[in-house]
Design a protein around this ligand. Structure first.
Ligand code: FAD
Length: 385
């Protein structure tokens, strides 16, 4: 017996947006989320413009509400500094090309969850981990410690650490990056709504991001290659503080900064994998569980919510046609590949640069800082105009 037409596993941005689209289409569904409360996720909190498109498709009032309530804030300026302190400035507002948003991640997930809870079609079970899923000819069984329910389709949106996604993907992605993130207040930054990137080379190569969030908060986050950390026995959290003190511009900006939450570390994969499969019989993968995102380029949450939307729309089509087989669900893979392939290819290029061309990136920033032609190339790549 089928208990619910669709089951969503994981209530991050991908799962929550999948739920909102299912509700929009009047499809009853159950969501399982292993955490009781919305947790603190380490995230750079710079989201790409797909987010705005998806929210607008859902409900024209959502984006204006999120901006008015300061859940989201447009990013108007980007600054890139090389090791020598040379800076490349890119002004998105000048081109009327605001394409990215910043947010305090907890507020963002909380807002979406509250929207989900308004729907009579959604049933959210928090504090309940899905331990296994079993595909039968008559439906897919979702098994937790307390219950087992059967649905026609399952959307797996469990993030990048979950083995559950191996039902459809080929392998766990390689976690080659190490990140550390602190939330701060009172930075000496006067520019409006900016996002800053600093190349670091002491004690190891890496990148430090400063992202101005709504309500006077800043994310300060550092990425290094995991192999450096392992080789030098570095602890990412301690390293972030060391880099803040050693980098002259950053230490100036942060001279009177106040840390408001304990610094947290995370290891993560990066490249969105264009060879990945996103579906199997009765199963759709959405968000980072499908390795379809790249946190480094900020094609993370924007892509995750886009995939959540596509997964929900695929469920609607499958339920109408009563087709749940792997072959039919290939439509979902085809749609993702058509829309996202370009970004995935660019993501792989960024990863390549990150792994192997750290010095050259620094040189490029130095040249582009004082060369109009190179400046325009960078501007085009970053804000798309
Ligand atoms: C260090 C770092 C920096 C990043 N920076 C950025 C950035 O600047 N911009 C950007 O856009 N993206 C960034 N990202 C990526 C971004 O965080 C992800 O793209 C986004 O969280 C993906 O959303 P999701 O819904 O797919 O997964 P998640 O947000 O990970 O949500 C998955 C949910 O599934 C739940 N879950 C897992 N397993 C189970 C289970 N078995 N049963 C039930 N529930 C389960 C988890 O508790 C979680 O709530 C960053 C990521 C990291 C690690």
């Amino acid at each position: 017996m089928i208990n619910t037409p669709v089951c969503i596993i994981g209530a991050g941005p991908a799962g929550l947006v999948a739920s909102l689209f299912l509700s929009k289409h009047g499809v009853a569904h159950t969501i399982f989320e292993r955490k009781k409360e919305i947790g603190d996720k380490v995230c750079g909190e710079c989201y790409d413009g797909r987010l705005a498109n998806v929210l607008n498709k859902l409900d024209a009032n959502l984006l204006p509400t999120m901006l008015a309530e300061q859940v989201l804030q447009p990013i108007e300026q980007y600054q890139y500094f090389n090791h020598k302190g040379k800076g490349l400035y890119i002004d998105a507002a000048k081109h009327n090309a605001v394409s990215r948003y910043s947010t305090y991640r907890k507020d963002f997930d909380t807002f979406l969850r509250a929207e989900v809870l308004k729907s009579p079609y959604a049933r959210l079970n928090t504090g309940e981990t899905v331990n296994n899923i079993v595909t039968h000819a008559s439906g897919i069984e979702i098994i937790t410690a307390n219950t087992s329910i059967k649905s026609e389709l399952a959307i797996i949106a469990t993030g990048n650490l979950s083995m559950l996604a191996n039902h459809a993907r080929q392998a766990m992605p390689d976690h080659f990056l190490l990140a550390a993130r602190g939330y701060y207040r009172h930075l000496n930054i006067t520019e409006p709504h900016g996002f800053q990137v600093y190349l670091i080379n002491k004690p190891v190569n890496g990148y430090l991001f400063i992202n101005k969030l709504p309500k006077g908060l800043y994310t300060v986050e550092m990425f290094i290659l995991k192999r450096y950390a392992n080789k030098h026995g570095l602890n990412a959290e301690a390293l972030l503080q060391q880099v803040i003190q050693q980098q002259p511009q950053v230490s100036r900006i942060m001279a009177s900064a106040v840390l408001v939450e304990k610094i947290k570390g995370a290891s993560l994969p990066s490249t969105a994998n264009k060879h990945q499969s996103f579906s199997a019989e009765r199963v759709l993968l959405a968000g980072s569980s499908g390795s379809g995102v790249n946190p480094l380029t900020g094609w993370g949450v924007g892509h995750a919510v886009f995939q959540g939307m596509c997964a929900a729309e695929q469920c609607v089509a499958s339920l109408q046609a009563q087709q749940y087989g792997a072959e039919y669900l290939q439509q979902y893979d085809a749609r993702l590949k058509k829309s996202l392939q370009n970004d995935w290819e660019k993501s792989q290029q960024v990863d390549f640069i990150m792994r192997y061309l750290h010095k050259s990136t620094g040189r490029f920033i130095g040249y582009a800082a004082s060369n109009n032609y190179l400046n325009r190339i960078a501007e085009k790549a970053i804000v798309g105009v």
